[in-house]
Design a protein around this ligand. Structure first.
Ligand SMILES: [Zn+2]
Length: 248
């Protein structure tokens, strides 16, 4: 059972001189020797097998005699040598196996830590405003705005020039009227310097200027901006960044 790739290694057990064997290449006699090798498979575990093979080489011409060309006396010498060897087999975790175990234990520790963090409440959205939690539904809300929705808006005054800085604030929807193509909103009393800071504006009812509702054109709304009926195409641009629907 090797989950990952494994390789086969051959471990030298011993070398036996075959003094009575002539080399099949150079025909020298007495200079041929046989090296017995034990097979080892290296995967997740390193396993020494009870399996011997041998290489036969001539020290005169330095060529090896492949098993197909073994003469009967070489085969006999091999069988005799095998009989004298007592192999020890072993199984131990390889470097790769230790790595696999390490990764496995690491995963367990990670999962345990997640559960622990969850129990401790670290994963909860503590400190965030209710309307920040959950996925963004702006595209849905922008087509079907409802009373109570909070729009994150950047306001730019075209007359102030291209370099004029925008201001960023919230508008809360009071009512929408499809028949009359109007949407009434109340502005937030505060503003922030960057669209990254919308979260710094409180969404408490008291933070909106309920005494000064403004009426805008509903049809414009779904194009991510809105304007008043009598405003031209220049002038003030109010761009909607995002819409949040506070949980009731
Ligand atoms: Zn030889």
């Amino acid at each position: 059972m090797y989950i990952f790739g494994f390789s086969t290694n051959y471990i030298r057990v011993k070398t036996v001189p075959l003094t009575h064997v002539a080399c099949t290449h150079c025909h020298h006699k007495g200079l041929v020797e046989m090296t017995l090798l034990q097979e080892e498979q290296d995967g997740v575990v390193t396993q020494r097998l009870n399996k011997l093979s041998a290489t036969v080489t001539c020290t005169s011409c330095n060529q090896s005699i492949s098993k197909n060309n073994w003469r009967p006396e070489i085969t006999a010498a091999f069988n005799a040598a095998v009989a004298t060897v007592k192999l020890t087999t072993s199984v131990k975790f390889s470097k790769q196996g230790k790595r696999v175990i390490g990764i496995f234990l690491g995963c367990i520790v990670f999962v345990v830590e997640i559960f622990a963090a969850d129990k401790l409440g670290i994963l909860k959205n503590s400190g965030k405003q209710a309307y920040e939690i959950g996925s963004d539904h702006t595209e849905q809300y922008i087509r079907h705005p409802q009373s109570g929705d909070i729009c994150q808006v950047g306001i730019f005054d075209a007359h102030a020039g291209a370099n004029a800085e925008g201001k960023y604030t919230l508008f809360k929807i009071v009512t929408t009227d499809k028949a009359n193509n109007t949407i009434v909103m109340i502005p937030h009393t505060g503003q922030v310097a960057s669209p990254n800071d919308f979260g710094g504006l409180s969404i408490d009812a008291g933070s909106f200027d309920a005494a000064h509702p403004e009426t805008f054109v509903l049809k414009e709304f779904e194009y991510h901006h809105f304007k008043k009926e009598n405003e031209g195409s220049g002038g003030i641009a109010r761009n909607i960044y995002s819409i949040k629907r506070p949980a009731k």
